[in-house]
Each structure stands twice: as C-alpha cells, then as structure tokens.
Design a protein around this ligand. Structure first.
Ligand code: 5SP
Length: 227
C-alpha cells in the first residue's frame, strides 16, 4: 500500500472509546460517512485503562465497511501490532514511547498490508522521530494524555503539527497527520489551521444527538478553517 496523499476533504475518525461497547456494530453504523473508525486498544500497562483487543477488532471488521484506524496504546507493539494489520485494519498506529525500534514495527505492519502509524504523547518531542517518518504513513499527535476520553484539548501540541505540516508541504515527507484528544466544535478549527488531515473525535461525536450529523459538522468546520 503506498503512503496516502493529503485528502481533498479533512478526514473524521470517530473514537469508539466513547461508544457503547455492548453495541459496537450499531455504533459503527451510527457514524456512517466517517472516513475511518478509530479503535482505541488499551492494555492497562502502557495506559491506565483497559478496553479491547484483536478478537473484537476482527468482529468489527465484519460488522462495518468503515476502514478501521487501530490505535494501540499498548506495550510491546513489535509482538502485538502486526496481527491487527493481518486482520484487515487500514491503519495500525503504535506509540513511539512503547518501543526502542519503531522502524522495525512499521516495516512489519506494512508487510502485513496496513498503513503504519506512529503516535506521540503530548510531552514527547517530535524532533528525534523526524528522520524515521519516511517509514510511516500516518503520525498521530496526541492532544490529551492517552487513556481516557472526554479530556481537554492541549493546544501546545499544535507546534508539532505545524512542524510536520511544513516538512510534508515542502515535499520532504509524505504522510497523514492525525490528532487525537479533545477535538470538538470549539477546538477543531485551530487544529485544522495548524495542518491536521485526520481528526479523531470521541465524545463530540458519540455524545451528540445524531453522531453522523456531528461527523459532517466537524468535517465542514475543519474544511472551512483549512481554507
Ligand atoms: O485515544 C484516546 C484517549 O486515549 C482518544 O481517542 C479519546 O478517546 C478521544 O476522546 P475525546 O477526547 O474526543 O472524547
């Protein structure tokens, strides 16, 4: 799979962390029209929360046509990430802080047929990773501490988005820039202005009366802000 070009329209990826876990097929259907469905995999070690794993992702893949964007907030991604790609996830993202050899994990994910994503926590510098981003298709900039939905957006992480946007726009790198945490009607515009391509949103989508309408509204806001 070749690295994605910048999409014409901003991408919206609802986070199922804010969905009803007993009704995930219906919750996926409730956000039809989304670009990706963001699946938060947490192991209670890398982050202080436990969510779901590969068997549920395999079931979700059968239940929805929306491409799955699996965000692995787990230890030992070298061992656990490739099976998500083999199962059919579109994008498999793991954390830079969870491995000493991110390039080897990215190669395994790509070899298994998915896009490879690198995520960095709010306090992690982008600089040390700039040179390896050629091995990745997506960069997920966390705008809250990973682990829980419903937290407040941290605008200071947008400097990292601006840095990577400049490198992409100069032709130096080709990858999608994602942001995750606290994205809603009040925060999406500044993230879009900074250069984000794909917006993960949990509570702003699943907390809305009509999640599918919330997705369209967020996309329209991001498009207007991006210009
Ligand atoms: O990965 C995470 C949290 O670790 C996110 O995907 C959140 O689940 C997003 O939720 P909101 O901040 O949009 O409510």
């Amino acid at each position: 799979m070749s690295s994605p070009q910048r999409p014409d329209q901003p991408m919206i990826a609802p986070s199922i962390l804010s969905a009803d876990f007993a009704n995930l097929a219906a919750e996926a259907d409730a956000v039809r029209g989304s670009d990706w469905l963001h699946v938060d995999v947490m192991d209670a070690h890398f982050v202080p929360n436990l969510t779901l794993g590969l068997p549920i992702v395999e079931s979700l893949l059968k239940a929805t046509d929306i491409p799955l964007d699996c965000h692995l907030m787990i230890e030992d991604p070298k061992r656990w990430a490739p099976p998500y790609a083999e199962a059919g996830a579109r994008n498999v993202t793991f954390h830079a802080e969870a491995t000493n050899d991110p390039v080897s994990v990215a190669k395994d994910i790509r070899a298994a047929g998915a896009l490879a994503g690198l995520s960095i926590k709010p306090g992690t510098d982008l600089e040390p990773y700039l040179e390896i981003l050629r091995e990745f298709d997506t960069l997920l900039v966390m705008s809250v501490e990973p682990g829980f939905g419903g937290q407040s957006f941290m605008p200071e992480v947008l400097d990292k988005v601006r840095t990577i946007r400049t490198r992409i726009d100069s032709g130096d790198l080709r990858l999608l820039v994602e942001i995750d945490g606290g994205i809603n009607a009040d925060t999406i515009a500044e993230a879009a202005e900074a250069g984000v391509d794909c917006f993960v949103a949990g509570s702003a989508v699943y907390g809305a009366d009509d999640p599918a309408v919330a997705v369209e509204k967020l996309r329209a806001q991001a498009l207007a802000a991006r210009g």
